[in-house]
Design a protein around this ligand. Sequence first.
Ligand code: R5P
Length: 282
Amino acid sequence: MIVSGSNSQVLATRLAESTGRSLARVDFDRFPDGELHASVPDVDADEAVVVASTTDSDAHLELLQLQDALREAGVAEITTVLPYLGYARQDRAFEPGDPVSVRAVARAVATGTDRVVTVNPHEPAVVEEFPVPATAVDAAGRLAEPLPEDLSEPLFLAPDAGATGLAETVRDAYGRGGVDAFEKTRHSSTEVTVEPRDADVAGRDVVLVDDIVATGSTMSESVGVLTDRDADRVFVTCVHPMLANNAVLKLAGAGVEAIYGTDTVERAVSEVSVAPAIADAL
Ligand code: R5P
C-alpha cells in the first residue's frame, strides 16, 4: 500500500502504478486552530510505504501523523520515502548555539518507520542521521531525458564544486559533453556570486546542474555570467525544483532557456519522475 503525503500525490500515484501496489485513500484536514489532521481511513495491509516530501514544516508534522495512523491501524512494516528531505541543508551547527536540524528531523521521522529511502540529499552522509536503515537514491541521471538532442558542444556545469558529481552524472546520461564547475561564494541566504573558471562557453549550449534550486539565486547568477560570456542556450536542471518565492521570475529574467526538475518537489517544471528509481530501492 502506498500512502501519500499531500505534497507528493503525483509521485505517489506514479509509484503505485510502477510497483503494482494499491494507493491508499488519505484525508488531509485542519482544525480551526490550524492544527493538521491527516488520516488514512481504510488500511488493509501489513506493510505500507509512505511517500512524503517534507517541503515545509507542516509536511514534517503531516508525515508523523501518517506514520502514526498506520501504526495505530496495525501496519507491521512501514517504509518512509522522503523524495525531498527538508532541512537537509542544515546538516551542521554553523554558529554556536545552532541545532543540527536535519539530525533532529531524522530522529523524529525514524520513530515512526522501519526504514527510510530518500533521493539525492544535499550531502549523501545525511542518511547516517537516521537511527533506522536509510538509503539515498541517485536520480540525477534522469535529468538528461528532457534535454534537446541537438545540444551544441554541450558543457555540463556545476554552480559550485559540490555539484560536480551531479554534472558528471547528467553528462554521462546525456552521452557527450564537457564538465566544469564555477566557484561560488554565498553572501547571504539570497545573495551569491559565482566565478567562472577556464571553460570557454562562447557559442556553446550550457546545462547547469545542481541538487536543488531554492531561491534561484545561485542559478540566476550563473545564467547571467554565462550569458555575459556569450553562451548560446543555457538550461537549468536540478533534482529538487523547490523554486521558492520569485525563483522562476529570476531565472526567466536572467535569460534561461528552460528549467527541468524532478517530481520530488511537484512543480510545473517537474518533467522527470523519480518513481522508477524509488521503485528499484523498495
Ligand atoms: C548549495 O550548496 C546547494 O547545492 C544549492 O546550490 C543551493 O542550495 C541553491 O540555493 P538557491 O537557489 O537559494 O541559491
